[in-house]
Design a protein around this ligand. Structure first.
Ligand SMILES: Nc1ncnc2c1ncn2[C@@H]1O[C@H](COP(=O)(O)OP(=O)(O)O)[C@@H](O)[C@H]1O
Ligand SMILES: Cc1ncc(COP(=O)(O)OP(=O)(O)O)c(N)n1
Length: 274
């Protein structure tokens, strides 16, 4: 019988489907993994920006997580938008108790539109309670700067940051993403005392809404399928590169990426125009 691999995203929503839980579920599905979702915050946002968000109650989030874990235990979990200290504390406690095999932490802080998705006072809790539990953490450059408290401009500083997040803050592996720099899109992974770099050309497009969510969701799906960290990040990079390159061109602002592109390319099927 075919093994069913299962992944859970604990994150906020995006009604236009480009980021958050919606992007995560689509990425899980594309990668052949059964997707599940616990909603931390309902966000009113679209490709033009975030209007507002409301957090779910502690009791409700707690019960959502219990409903999943008691019934269909995930092979891998990712967290995205967690918003507040209370939610971080709750999720950290639940993850520890569930003894999850692979945990991918996307330390979501600020949307590309500039709207804060994490209260400033919650950053220390993210660092103390969740980073030490992470199998892989996937900060973009501004998030890595907040975590280590230093500015990151050069490739060497990206490498130093990835190493520090592992050695000082306790993640098993860290990938610092280069999406916010100029030139080629180069991401740096530090794991097992080694560096690996993942590179693609920089595609000249404004349609990059939800790139970080999608990238970390694909890594989560691949880890759920028992792939190694290096294999999972390799697929994540190929997926997000194809999704940015073959833009859908929808939305009035920074549009979503093309979740169909990676599978369409691999299967040579024109499910959507490439
Ligand atoms: N214009 C682009 N062209 C190619 N790759 C990109 C581009 N923008 C981002 N990426 C890649 O997308 C992934 C997500 O990175 P990033 O956009 O920095 O994350 P976030 O959404 O968290 O800010 C990384 O692999 C990054 O290198
Ligand atoms: C609910 C929710 N979670 C995370 C984000 C940020 O997503 P990200 O992948 O960093 O992409 P941008 O939104 O910054 O383009 C979000 N917007 N909403």
């Amino acid at each position: 019988m075919t093994e069913i691999y299962k992944a859970l995203s604990i994150a906020g929503t995006d009604p236009t489907g480009g980021a958050g839980i919606h992007a995560d579920l689509k990425a899980f599905q594309e990668q052949g993994v059964y997707g599940m979702a616990v909603i931390t915050s309902v966000v009113a946002q679209n490709t033009l920006g975030v209007k507002s968000f409301e957090e779910m109650s502690q009791n409700n989030i707690s019960q959502q997580i219990d409903c999943v874990i008691e019934d269909i235990k995930p092979d891998a979990v990712k967290t995205g938008m967690l918003a507040s200290i209370d939610i971080i504390e709750l999720v950290a406690e639940k993850l520890k108790a569930a003894n999850i095999q692979s945990y991918v932490m996307d330390p979501v802080m600020v949307a590309k539109s500039g709207h804060h998705l994490l209260y400033q006072d919650a950053i220390d809790h993210l660092k103390k309670l969740l980073i030490p539990q992470a199998t892989v953490i996937t900060p973009n450059i501004p998030e890595a700067e907040v975590i280590i408290g230093k500015s990151i401009e050069t490739l060497q500083q990206m490498r130093d940051a990835a190493k520090e997040i592992v050695q000082v803050y306790g993640a098993k592996a860290a990938i610092v993403k280069g999406g916010h720099r100029d030139g080629e899109a180069r991401d740096v992974l530090y794991f097992d005392e080694n560096f690996e770099e993942f590179v693609s050309p920089r595609f000249d497009t404004k349609h990059t809404h939800g790139t970080g969510c999608t990238f970390s969701a694909v890594i989560t799906a691949e880890l759920a399928k028992q792939k190694s960290i290096k294999e999972a990040v390799t697929v994540g990079k190929e997926f997000i590169s194809a999704a940015i390159k073959h833009t859908l061109g929808i939305g009035k602002g920074q549009g979503p990426t093309n979740h169909f592109a990676y599978r369409s390319m691999n299967q040579q099927i024109a499910r959507q125009p490439l």
